[in-house]
Write a protein that binds this ligand. Structure first.
Ligand code: MN
Length: 469
C-alpha cells in the first residue's frame, strides 16, 4: 500500500520514515529543495512540489486507496491542502497535529472534517504520551529498585514477611521479591506468623513448591533485613524491630517507618507492582514465579471483575507467555469444597437481597476464610453489586465486604460503622471488620440470624445512597 506524507518538518519526517516504511511504500512531499536533497542522501524518498496544487497529486498518482498524512504546522494553508487532496481523489486522510495547536482549535478540526468526512486527526504528543510515560515511570522504578537492591546486597539473611494466612498475591509477591533481590531460599526466607489454610492456597504452595516458614516474633531479630510484601508493618503491631522495605497495594497506613517503600493503592495486586520492579531491572522471570504471579493477579482482581487498573492488565499480558496456564487451571480446580458449599447454602438461607446488596449471616463458623469465600461467591450472583457476609469465629463478629468496584469504597464503609468498636479496614473493592461479639450487640442490639443480615444490608444501602463526601 502506498503512503504519501505531506510534511515540511525534518524531525517529523525522520521520525515518520522508519515507522511508515515498515508497512507502506512511502514518499514524502516537501517544499524545500535543500531538505529534499538531505533526505535523499539518507535514502528517504522525497519529492519537491507545491502541496496546494492539484497537479502535484495527479503526477503522484494519488488514488482513493493512497494513505495521505498531512502535517499541520499551524499555517492557514492546511485547509487549502486538504481541499486539493480531496479534489485529487484522496480520501484516506490523516492530519498530524504537531506542536502548538492552531488558534482556531476544534473549529479547524470540524472545518476539515466537513471537507473530507473520513479524515482522522492524530496528535503527535498524544501518540507519544503513552509510551513515553511508561518508559519514564519505568526509569523511576528502576532507580528505586536499584537503591533497595544495593541496600540489601550485603545482608546475610533477609526475611520476606507476609500477612497471616497468606493468599496467592502474598505468596507470589514473596517469590517475586526473592527474585528482585537475586537471592535463594536459604538467603531470603518467605515467612508469616500464621500459615496457609485455604485449600487452593495450600495447593498453590504445594504445586509450585514454595518454601514457606512460620516465623515467631522472637526470631525477627535473627534477620539482617526485613521486607514486608502485600502488607504494611502496622499489621504486626509493635512486633517488628525494624522494617527495611515495604511493597504493598493496600492504602498507605501511618504509624511506621521503613527505609524504602513502594505503596500503590490504585494497583489491583502487589504482584502488579513487583512485575514492574522485575521488568525495570531486566530480571528474567522463571516459569514458576510467572505462574505464581499470574495466578495472584487473577485472584486478587477476581479475573478483572473487581476494580482493576490498566497496569494490572499490562502485567498480566507480560506474564502470560512466561507462565504455565495449565498449572493455574489445576490450582484453581480446588476452589470448591463440600465445606465451602455448605457455607454458601447456609448463607442463602439467612440472606437479604435488596437494591443490588446481598447480605447474609453465617452464624458460628469453624474457619474465618469461609466468610470472605462466601462474600466472593455471591458477588457472581445476578443483580448483585455488593456482598456483606458476616459470621462469628472464636467469639469475634467478622464481616467481609466485597463489591464490583466503580461505586463507593468498601474500606470507608467498614471504618464508618465498625472502627469505633473493633478493627476495620480495606480498600475500594474489599474490606473487613473484626469486632468482639459483645461490642456488636451493644451497638446494634440483640439481633440474630436474618436480623443481623438485614441490619447490615440496610447500613450498606444507606451508605450507597449517601452523597459521596
Ligand atoms: Mn494483595
Amino acid at each position: 500500500m502506498r503512503a504519501l506524507a505531506v510534511c515540511q518538518d525534518e524531525l517529523v519526517i525522520r521520525t515518520l520514515h522508519p515507522i511508515l516504511s515498515g508497512a507502506f511504500e512511502v514518499e514524502f512531499l516537501v517544499e524545500s529543495r535543500p531538505l529534499a536533497r538531505r533526505l535523499a542522501d539518507d535514502g528517504i524518498p522525497a519529492t519537491v512540489a507545491d502541496p496546494k496544487k492539484l497537479d502535484t497529486y495527479v503526477r503522484n498518482d494519488l488514488t482513493a486507496s493512497t494513505l495521505v498524512i498531512v502535517e499541520d504546522d499551524g499555517k492557514k494553508s492546511l485547509k487549502k491542502i486538504v481541499t486539493t487532496i480531496r479534489d485529487a481523489g484522496g480520501s484516506l486522510l490523516y492530519v498530524l497535529h504537531v506542536g502548538a495547536k492552531p488558534a482556531t482549535g476544534r473549529r479547524t478540526h470540524d472545518d476539515l472534517k466537513a471537507i473530507v468526512p473520513e479524515l482522522t486527526h492524530l496528535d503527535f504528543s498524544e501518540l507519544l504520551a503513552g509510551a513515553l510515560t511508561t518508559e519514564l515511570s519505568r526509569s523511576l522504578t528502576r532507580m528505586r529498585v536499584q537503591q533497595y537492591q544495593r541496600y540489601m546486597a550485603d545482608a546475610g539473611r533477609v526475611l520476606i514477611l507476609l500477612h497471616n494466612d497468606p493468599d496467592p498475591d502474598a505468596l507470589a509477591a514473596g517469590l517475586a521479591m526473592r527474585n528482585v533481590l537475586r537471592r535463594t531460599k536459604t538467603t531470603a526466607i518467605i515467612g508469616a506468623l500464621q500459615g496457609v489454610t485455604r485449600p487452593e492456597n495450600l495447593r498453590m504452595v504445594d504445586m509450585l513448591d514454595i518454601h514457606f516458614e512460620i516465623i515467631t516474633p522472637e526470631h525477627f531479630a535473627d534477620y539482617d533485613r526485613i521486607v514486608t510484601v502485600d502488607v504494611q508493618p502496622h499489621y504486626f503491631g509493635g512486633l517488628l524491630p525494624r522494617v527495611d522495605l515495604v511493597v504493598d497495594h493496600h492504602p498507605e497506613q501511618p504509624g511506621y517507618t521503613a527505609v524504602f517503600k513502594d505503596i500503590r493503592a490504585d494497583y489491583g495486586s502487589t504482584c502488579t507492582i513487583l512485575t514492574e520492579h522485575l521488568r525495570a531491572v531486566d530480571i528474567d522471570i522463571s516459569e514458576r514465579t510467572a505462574t505464581a504471579m499470574l495466578y495472584a493477579i487473577k485472584s486478587d482482581t477476581l479475573f478483572f471483575a473487581r476494580h482493576t487498573n490498566r497496569v494490572d492488565l499490562e502485567a498480566f499480558t507480560y506474564l502470560y507467555p512466561l507462565a504455565d496456564a495449565a498449572l493455574i487451571r489445576k490450582m484453581e480446580g480446588a476452589e470448591i469444597t463440600t465445606e465451602r458449599l455448605e457455607h454458601v447454602t447456609r448463607a442463602l438461607h439467612t440472606s437479604v437481597h435488596k437494591n443490588q446488596v446481598f447480605s447474609a449471616y453465617l452464624g458460628e463458623t469453624a474457619r474465618e476464610d469461609f466468610i470472605p469465600y462466601t462474600a466472593d461467591f455471591f458477588l457472581q450472583l445476578e443483580d448483585v453489586k455488593w456482598t456483606m457476609i458476616s459470621g462469628v469465629v472464636n467469639g469475634q463478629f467478622i464481616l467481609s465486604v466485597r463489591n464490583l468496584g466503580y461505586s463507593r469504597n468498601a474500606g470507608e464503609f467498614v471504618k464508618k460503622h465498625f472502627s469505633s468498636i473493633g478493627s476495620a479496614g480495606g480498600h475500594r473493592a474489599m474490606a473487613k471488620a473484626v469486632v468482639p461479639i459483645a461490642k456488636f450487640r451493644e451497638k446494634f442490639g440483640d439481633l440474630s440470624g436474618i436480623g443481623i443480615a438485614a441490619r447490615i444490608g440496610e447500613l450498606a444501602e444507606q451508605f450507597l445512597q449517601e452523597k459521596q463526601p
